[in-house]
Design a binder for this molecule. Structure first.
Ligand code: ADP
Ligand code: LRH
Length: 480
């Protein structure tokens, strides 16, 4: 028939899901086949991903999905597994929040100064960029044994198909890619003694990535042949591909564990001003650049909820909506919030340190977090427009945060722009659409977006005024 089914495996830092997209010339429907928690595990050597648990979740999801025309995988960025000479995984992949990268960047910059690194790779400074992780791992026995490095979605693809590759959008988060040539940054790698031979050849969204192996077919009950198709395997690349924009004058905020806020551009912005503002140039679909800033995101709330124990999120958000607005704000871009643990206390300390009232109740802390996120969204959207010389009329919010109406409204208020929220499962939809395109079902990126506009439920939030109060709150933080 004209309608085809695609399985999208989307692994976020807080949960994994396998979604089934049914795509026709004018139709697009998405259904959840399986969702499972993604719980990092602390072992004596540090914080690790439970990659076998994730793979088991993927297999369960494919079984629940039933027969599909293709499978695509996306996940969070930067992390990887190492394989030995036999192709076996060496140890559990290290979590990007593991403290092993503390103080490593300074060592890297002694060889390649930060300004040169930005000019060559366009990547923001974040302690967890793969480049710093590999430098931190330099003298480990594990890296010495490693013959291959596969980024998380590429590792799972390898287990499903037996074929190895390095998908470009996710490779762009390693800080080893040149955003101008969209190829490896050979000079940076060689100066830092990083062996690019560890990486499998680059592949691009839409490229074939093999067929499900016999054993996988047996475990999932699927029938040969089921192709795996490379998608924008960085979850944020897939999510941005699924922003339902109708022209170029838009900003986006991908909200989940992180808030990734910025613009889609035709070319990277590599100025010194852009580096100082810590904007990143990650690669998107079809020659686009994802010019954005990482903001701590709903991680702040996730960690508070973990500290508070059993909490009804709906009731908490309702209470937070009634709490006084902009009483205290923290810098939601501050890497001081990166590590897990003691989040309510750390937020209280940040408020005290900036001479603001300390939020006491869970509702007050939640309001502080949401006000702070909205404020950081405002700053990122404003800074990006200025630094890239690209003006916008609307802010698209996609991802799990679209379920949080208070966050969407506060973001509209703070930005002084209308917010269009949805789709919630943007990464999965971008994943599905790239597969559908590879199989000739949909057209170019604008065509994919038209299909989203015509088929997906979206909600519009108008700014309610009061931008002066947001400016004042920004000044309060900047003054410290
Ligand atoms: P990730 O992909 O990074 O794991 P998601 O995009 O799945 O994250 O978003 C998860 C976040 O979405 C949660 O931390 C939570 O704050 C928010 N969220 C999920 N469900 C709801 C809900 N019913 N109401 C409000 N917020 C929600
Ligand atoms: C969001 C995300 C983000 C990265 C972070 C490590 O899931 O991929 O784009 O910066 O995880």
């Amino acid at each position: 028939s004209a309608v085809k089914s695609y399985a999208a495996v989307d692994l976020g830092a807080s949960s994994g899901r396998v979604m089934v997209g049914r795509v026709g010339p004018d139709s697009l429907e998405l259904a959840e086949a399986h969702r499972f928690p993604n719980r990092p595990v602390r072992v004596p050597e540090g914080l690790r991903w439970d990659v076998l648990g994730l793979y088991a979740g993927v297999l369960d999801g494919l079984r629940a999905a039933g027969q599909v025309d293709s499978v695509g995988i996306d996940s969070w960025a930067v992390d990887y597994g190492l394989l030995d000479a036999d192709g076996a995984l060496l140890g559990n992949p290290v979590h990007y929040r593991d403290p092993r990268t503390e103080g490593v960047a300074e060592k890297v910059w002694a060889t390649v100064p930060a300004a040169e690194l930005y000019a060559a790779t366009g990547l923001q400074y974040a302690p967890f960029n793969t480049l710093y992780q590999l430098t931190a791992a330099r003298s480990t026995a594990q890296l010495a044994q490693a013959r291959r490095l596969l980024l998380m979605p590429d590792l799972l693809t390898y287990w499903l198909t037996g074929e190895q590759g390095t998908e470009l959008t996710n490779a762009s988060t390693t800080q080893l890619i040149d955003p101008g040539t969209r190829d490896w940054a050979y000079d940076v790698a060689s100066r830092l003694g990083i062996d690019l031979g560890l990486f499998a050849p680059l592949r691009r969204p839409g490229d074939p990535a093999g067929l499900l192996r016999d054993e996988v077919l047996e475990e999932t009950g699927l029938t040969w042949p089921v192709p795996v198709t490379a998608v924008g395997s960085h979850d944020t690349a897939s999510a941005v591909a699924a922003v339902p924009a109708s022209d170029e004058r838009f900003a986006y905020i991908c909200t989940g564990t992180w808030s990734l806020a910025g613009l889609e551009l035709d070319a990277p912005v590599l100025t010194e001003e852009s580096r100082a503002a810590n904007f990143t140039n990650e690669l998107g679909l079809d020659g686009t650049v994802r010019y954005l800033r990482n903001i701590m995101g709903l991680w702040l709330l996730q960690e508070c909820l973990r500290a508070w124990g059993e909490t009804d999120l709906g009731a908490l958000l309702l209470e937070a909506s009634k709490a006084p607005a902009l009483r205290s704000v923290v810098d939601a871009g501050d890497a001081a919030f990166l590590a897990p643990g003691r989040m309510p206390e750390r937020i209280a300390e940040a408020c005290r340190g900036t001479g603001q009232p300390v939020p006491e109740t869970p509702a007050e802390v939640t309001r502080c977090i949401l006000d702070s996120l909205a404020l950081a969204h405002r700053k990122a959207v404003q800074d990006a427009q200025r630094l890239a010389g690209h003006a916008v009329d609307v802010v698209h919010v996609v991802g799990g945060g679209t379920r949080n109406a208070l966050l969407c409204q506060l973001t509209a208020d703070a930005c002084g722009l209308p917010v269009v929220s949805g789709p919630t499962e943007a990464a999965a939809l971008g994943n599905v659409l790239v597969q559908a395109r590879a199989h000739g079902l949909v057209g170019d990126l604008p065509g994919m977006r038209r299909l989203l506009v015509n088929t997906q439920p979206l909600t519009r939030y108008e700014p309610r005024g009061g931008t002066e109060r947001w400016r004042a709150a920004q000044a309060r933080l900047a003054g410290t």
